[in-house]
Design a protein. Sequence first.
Length: 407
Amino acid sequence: PPPMAMAKGADESLLALVEASRVTNAEMTEFRNCIQGLQRLVESLSPEWRVRPFGSSANGFCTKGSDLDVTCFRFDIADQYRAQAIYELQQQIAAILPRDPSLELVEAVWTARVPILKLKFEGHLEVDLSFQNTEAILNTELLKAYAKLHPSVRQLVVLVKLWAKACGVSGAPQGHLSSYSVTLLVLYFLQVQPDLHFPSLPTAEFDTADGSFPDFSHISWPCPLQLSDLLSRFFHFYAYEFQWGGEVVSVRLGYRAQMGSPEFVQLSGKINWRLHIEDPFLLNRNLNCVLGNTQEHQLQEALSIAAMETASGQLPQRLLELMAPGMNYNYSISVASTKSALEDGSQSTPSEEEAGLAAASSASKWLSGGERSVLPAASPLEEWLPESPAPADVPMPSFLSWETVRL
């Protein structure tokens, strides 16, 4: 069945969760300091080399606790000299890293599709340094342009990424889809919904020889739906409408097409009845290459569960647990007291779902400290909570007690 409208307060709760997951100013400062340090190192080898971030830290979809992906590159290297230049730079960079005490070489991964140096900056920030990985820069610029079309684009991507991580169905090292692939799933969903009129940006305009990128600031998207509606329709699409195994997720095309289409003549792995995701720039690369069979079934099951939850007008349970860890707004939160409080100023009696969402919204606001999270990113909630009472400057919702909130 098509998804029902969410209960009152759903969008407020979702936006609070997105805001609480936003990367902090301190993390952004650390990103900049790391990039500047790497830039100084490569410039000591040759002033033509450049260091640039890519991935979530640079494409507009970054969340709190993200790692940093960086590539060292030159746009003027001819293809026939590319491999030799990359090899020489790898050896030289590894040799001069000890000059910067803030950078620690953890591991050199030369056998990966894109060879990288795994680093740590200031002892804790994990950094993957690749070489001449210009395709990743193109992908980053494309996603950044989509993120700028409307705030709802970033909000929906962040929510789906948080949901996927909470469900344990993302993370390429574990045989799941990468964060990049999850982002493409969201963008493709937006593109192929006929009533959303979401623009498809021409990927060919990003693939330039001089490193310049197109300006799409003149294009905007008047999002016609609330965030909760977008989220429920995303799950409904991939659970019930998407033709798993036959249809190809192609942000490059921006419309629905089967894997037998001439558009995908270069795409690898087409003979397998799997989830197919085309890389927008490397047209022979099927991003399902990291997805294991078991992990794909887990993804399908998680999408089906979320689709059933949102079809009944509820938020996915995994997102609710992020809003207030250890709580279920249908059972664990004191819905009755919240419902009573809502009735005081209302002409109508709120439903249990509406009361529960209001409770979850209040809890998430309190736990996130309003606009920004006051919880240390790496600290379990129960370690942060005092025994009693609540801090005077952080008023606790009336329906909660420390016993209710504690994990």
